[in-house]
Design a protein around this ligand. Structure first.
Ligand SMILES: Nc1ncnc2c1ncn2[C@@H]1O[C@H](COP(=O)(O)OP(=O)(O)OP(=O)(O)O)[C@@H](O)[C@H]1O
Ligand SMILES: [Mg+2]
Length: 287
């Protein structure tokens, strides 16, 4: 795309979203299968019950499954948006409790590495949503691909999901290390999933934060833990969120506590105008 046109697009998007107060949280992990998507969905429900308008962005672009987890069968997804076939309103679907979801495609290889023009396109489509949301949560998918990195770097807050498994711990550390070494990111929040006891969650946090402080000189904040709960697996099979099917089960209580904790903590970037900040980062970063 011609440089001037590109810059104009940046400016238009920035102008259009100026002044919005949407809090943008990316949820990432390094290792796959540790509970990111379940965390995103259940935290979204918890936020919604607290009266917040929530938008979920499935940024696991080639292998999205947020919609599957919720038993939704969206007709369109982000690939239709990027190709210009559909508008944002046509692609967005409503999930449980008023949560809105932008579904990712599944099995579309080209989307695993968004180029600059696709980023601009995605940003300008989402920009049309304006100030309609209090919180946007991004499910980045696993790994350290360029998509994962730039969605993380664009958000105001990065929540890293980890389990007590050593492989999950080393991958979470690797993700933080890459984001620090390549992009100077110094602040992360940790959610320890599938713990047998809360004490185990704190121990995992200590391990990671000690290593991060000692070797990378970065700070990791503890958001809390989610207990291992067989009702999570049951809910996945039934394609419903555990917060919907078993609102009182131990995992649901943990999600609720973590959502409360997130609301009480200050927005990590320290900058105002969430969406504006998000798009500026999103469009200008070259990863
Ligand atoms: N707290 C929990 N207790 C018990 N099982 C859990 C818990 N959290 C997640 N699981 C199990 O882990 C599986 C994977 O969860 P999920 O799909 O959320 O992971 P993910 O990190 O999004 O995976 P991917 O990297 O493939 O996107 C779920 O299907 C569920 O069975
Ligand atoms: Mg997932």
């Amino acid at each position: 795309m011609d440089q001037a046109l590109k810059l104009r697009s940046y400016a238009q998007v920035e102008d259009a979203v100026a002044g919005t107060g949407t809090r943008v949280i990316a949820v990432s992990s390094g290792k796959g299968g540790v509970g990111k998507t379940n965390s995103v969905v259940n935290l979204a429900i918890a936020f919604s019950r607290m009266g917040k308008k929530v938008l979920l962005l499935d940024a696991d672009l080639g292998l999205g499954n947020l919609d599957v987890l919720l038993g939704l069968a969206p007709r369109y997804n982000i690939s239709h948006l990027l190709s210009g076939e559909k508008t944002i309103d046509e692609v967005l679907v409503e999930g449980p409790e008023g949560i809105m979801i932008l579904p990712a495609s599944s099995g579309v290889h080209e989307l695993t590495n968004l180029g600059a023009e696709e980023r601009i396109s995605l940003a300008s489509h989402l920009e049309a949503l304006g100030e309609g949301f209090d919180i946007m949560i991004i499910d980045t998918g696993a790994g350290i691909s360029s998509n994962v990195l730039f969605f993380n770097m664009s958000a105001q807050e990065i929540v890293v999901v980890v389990t007590p498994e050593p492989t999950s711990i080393t991958d979470a550390y690797a993700l933080m290390k890459v984001m620090f070494q390549r992009h100077g990111e110094r602040r992360f929040r940790l959610l320890v999933n599938s713990v047998k006891t809360r004490k185990e969650g704190v121990e995992v946090y200590r391990k990671i934060s000690l290593a991060a402080e000692r070797f990378l000189n970065i700070s990791v904040e503890y958001l809390g833990s989610v207990l291992l709960d067989e009702n999570v697996g049951r809910s996945v099979i039934r394609q419903k969120a555990v917060m919907e099917l078993y609102p009182l089960t131990k995992a649901s209580q943990c999600y609720q506590e973590i959502a409360r904790e997130i609301c009480e903590l200050p927005v990590q970037s320290g900058l105002k105008g969430g969406m504006q900040f998000f798009w500026r980062q999103f469009l200008n970063r070259t990863i």
